[in-house]
Design a protein around this ligand. Structure first.
Ligand SMILES: [Zn+2]
Length: 179
């Protein structure tokens, strides 16, 4: 269903006329406006878009775009993987006037040319679908304080009278008679 690489350019008017559908995948790295998500550049972006004319003659693009991004949890400030599911419901327009005339449920997509860059649509829809505030459902337990760990390690070598290492005792017993 999502097989194949998504095309770079689309010819939306032609696709609408044909009632075409495109589906496939790309990566976050191919979407310049998602460059800030540095640890998610390898994430796969999957999209399926159908082009059709609705009963009022609008050139509609409907479908979905998915990816997974690493966001910063606003509670614990650790990274949190977020599944971004954008549902697309756009109407192609070629002028501001056309955009204003659209019914509420259709967002305009201003096409300036016969060709459109698909990545621009994908990144816009994904950005719109991001949560305002990202948090873990349940934040991970904070890791042990690394300073405390180092302290415990340092104690190993020191001669603490209250708890002698049993192996050291054994070693002394073994060596004792020969000395
Ligand atoms: Zn968290």
């Amino acid at each position: 269903m999502f097989s194949g690489q998504l095309p770079h350019y689309l010819e939306p008017r032609k696709l609408v006329r044909q009632g075409g559908e495109i589906s496939g995948h790309t990566t976050v790295a191919a979407l310049p406006r998602l460059a800030e998500f540095q640890s998610s550049q390898d994430s796969v972006v999957r999209a399926r878009l159908a082009f059709e004319q609705d009963e009022d003659g609008h050139h509609c693009i409907r479908g979905e775009v998915h990816t997974e991004l690493e966001l910063r949890c606003q509670r614990c400030l650790e990274p949190v993987r977020y599944e971004v599911n954008a549902s697309v419901e756009l109407a192609l327009v070629w002028s501001e006037d056309q955009a204003r005339a659209l019914p509420e449920h259709l967002d305009p997509w201003l096409a300036s040319d016969e060709k459109m860059v698909l990545a621009e649509l994908l990144e816009e829809e994904l950005l719109l679908a991001l949560p305002l505030v990202a948090t873990h459902e349940q934040c991970p337990e904070p890791l042990d304080n690394p300073a405390a760990g180092a302290g415990a390690g340092a104690n190993e070598g020191s001669d603490k009278p209250e708890r002698e290492n049993p192996f050291a005792v054994l070693e002394r017993l073994k060596k004792g008679p020969r000395e």
